[in-house]
Design a protein around this ligand. Structure first.
Ligand SMILES: NC(=O)c1ccc[n+]([C@@H]2O[C@H](COP(=O)([O-])OP(=O)(O)OC[C@H]3O[C@@H](n4cnc5c(N)ncnc54)[C@H](O)[C@@H]3O)[C@@H](O)[C@H]2O)c1
Length: 276
């Protein structure tokens, strides 16, 4: 169902890699709701090629940018303004990567250069996209900016690794920058803490299938899908949520409020591990 919630709005969507990406689903929904936007990802991700299919479907243009590179970001904003014909009303930061996870290093043997990279790509880049946007004054008043987070920012989930530190910092940046940009331009900044979702980044986490089924068993509504997350993003980009800012918003079927569920007790304490 379409509600034209984003009619006349312009934006930038970071992080669509393939059709499983959360950003991909957000782009599809934002397009259905009447938004115009550019899509961006790293040059390597663009070489994979899938994003061009999304661009065609959404009548969008793809612009390469490494989210950690300030020059790339300035260029992305200038080009996007030329293409879209004005300043932006929304941005989605749907980006994450940990070299420590990729290399399979144990958490208590972190490589600190890799940790810096994890933090730069997965958290500080959120500050970079906001600081560059503010410097170039590319966001309209009452714009909405969202980054995607995970409950490992608050709780220890074994094997989420140094991405937990990145998500904690990401959520903190939303609060801190939400204050400064709110005062300056009434820009809203939030994070969405999403259920485990079957994507390339998700599958990179060791034991992802256990995360997925545990949280599905625990949550009264089950895990929220990428398509559900896209609906939530659209509402947060829209004028229907103008006074929501500096929040970490759980989008997880109720998982974050649970201690233990009957389903988990009956499935997992008796299944001897075969539900994983
Ligand atoms: N999949 C899950 O279970 C889950 C749960 C909660 C939150 N999230 C978060 O959602 C976001 C999107 O991840 P996803 O699950 O859709 O996976 P995904 O792999 O489809 O998306 C991650 C994206 O980050 C991009 N990226 C990596 N380094 C970059 C850089 N330097 N510059 C620009 N882009 C870069 C990748 O190319 C990719 O498009 C991430 O922040 C992730 O942590 C995912």
């Amino acid at each position: 169902m379409n509600y034209n919630l984003l009619k006349g709005k312009r934006g930038i969507i970071f992080g669509a890699l393939d059709e499983n990406s959360i950003a991909w689903k957000v782009a599809e929904r934002a397009f259905e709701e009447g938004a115009i936007f550019t899509l961006t990802n790293t040059p390597i991700a663009l070489r994979k090629g899938d994003i061009y299919q999304l661009a065609e479907k959404c009548n969008s243009t793809v612009i390469a940018a490494d989210v950690t590179d300030l020059t790339d970001l300035e260029n992305l904003y200038q080009e996007s303004m030329n293409i879209l014909g004005g300043k932006f009303d929304f941005m989605l930061h749907s980006v994450g990567m940990s070299p420590n996870v990729r290399k399979g290093l144990p958490y208590d043997e972190l490589n600190y250069e890799y940790l810096n990279k994890t933090l730069d790509i997965s958290a500080i880049s959120f500050h970079k996209i906001l600081q560059t946007a503010k410097k170039l004054d590319v966001l309209n008043e009452w714009s909405s900016v969202i980054a995607l987070s995970y409950i490992a920012a608050q709780r220890t989930l074994a094997s989420y690794h140094d991405m937990a530190e990145a998500k904690a910092m990401l959520e903190s940046i939303a609060r801190s920058f939400g204050y400064h940009y709110g005062i300056a331009k009434k820009v809203r900044i939030n994070t969405i803490s999403q259920s485990p979702t079957k994507t390339t980044a998700g599958a990179g986490i060791e034991g992802f299938n256990s995360f997925y089924s545990y949280s599905d068993c625990m949550s009264p509504l089950g895990n929220a899908s990428a398509a559900d997350c896209a609906n939530y993003c659209v509402v947060l980009f829209s004028d229907m949520t103008r006074m929501v800012t500096m929040q970490n918003l759980y989008h997880d079927g109720g998982f974050s409020s649970m201690g233990i569920s009957e389903k988990l007790m009956s499935n997992c304490f008796t299944c001897k591990g075969d539900c994983k």
